[in-house]
Design a protein around this ligand. Sequence first.
Ligand code: NAD
Ligand code: UDP
Length: 328
Amino acid sequence: MKRILITGGAGFLGSHLCDRFIKEGYHVIAMDNLITGDIDNIQHLMPHENFEFYHHDVTKFVHVSGQLDYILHFASPASPIDYLKIPIQTLKVGAMGTHNLLGLAKDKGARILIASTSEIYGDPLVHPQSEEYYGNVNTIGPRGVYDEAKRYMESITMAYHRFHGVETRIVRIFNTYGPRMRLNDGRVIPAFIGQALRGEDLTVFGDGAQTRSFCFIDDQVEGIYRLLLSDYTMPVNIGNPHEITIRDFAEEIIKLTGTDQKVIYKPLPKDDPQQRQPNITKAKEILGWEPKVSRSEGMKKTYDYFRNLPTEKLFKKEHRDFSSRNKK
Ligand code: NAD
Ligand code: UDP
């Protein structure tokens, strides 16, 4: 039986990857320090004989006993609100965490796939973004802690590949959504749905002319799965090219939820990318992958998940207290 380590396994993407690899017959070890994740995301897997959970911070030395065939490194705060609150942790998990996991991959002879992001393109001057574009990133801006950590992550991964011959894969993930996103992580989809369900106005940042292209989780997991098992070592964009402005998206949410909320406008956060759309030619040609789930279908499933959450989760204004983490 193949054994796979999934870091960030209690998070949104990580927990769906745990489900997928259990379904494929792997032995899955999920590793997470729960800083932005939720143990509820993997509670259903706990009784499974091929599933283990290690509560561990990957910026500290990572030990896994026995054979390891694959590593998926997904541990990292991922929402702008989260990584602005824990900037040092974000840099450390991208840098030291990735270094530890590459060392583990080398030691075990495991193949490692790292979760990079469209953020490495920064506020892109090229549209849509293909893997050849080097990006437009403000190193010292508020988003720099995430963007540069991810860029370093790609660099050290390629160095381990070239210098040590480690089998590496790099996925550049574009905005992905679905059930198990944290309601209060500040990302636009849980933010808008939460506001609609609580009867609050929808907060569009800036004039809402900025664009994003949203990929449903099932499509994302399929792309990552195919990339891991492929022979391709260079970065691959995985995302849905169907682009929409945030203003139009707010209107879509109002229609979907059947509420009569207003849209209100708040200041645009610094360095918020103006446009984002993946060029997925490589994913199509190399992996035979393209997204299958339309935004209306994916958003309906996502809305169903959020509206069935217990009321206390919906109304609890969760402000994670990261203060003790920041001292570490
Ligand atoms: P998430 O916050 O739900 O999951 C991240 C998980 O990593 C959490 O469970 C968190 O507790 C864990 N974690 C963070 N630091 C850790 C540490 N030092 N040690 C152990 N665990 C730690 O976010 P997500 O959306 O599931 O993102 C997962 C990965 O995918 C991240 O690397 C993120 O950068 C990448 N990504 C996600 C998106 C997206 O749209 N969801 C887009 C681009 C890239
Ligand atoms: N956004 C918004 N209102 C919110 C949350 C986000 O208008 O309540 C905007 C945000 O400024 C950005 C887009 O939605 O332009 C996507 O934000 P998100 O945090 O989901 O991800 P990003 O792609 O910026 O990392």
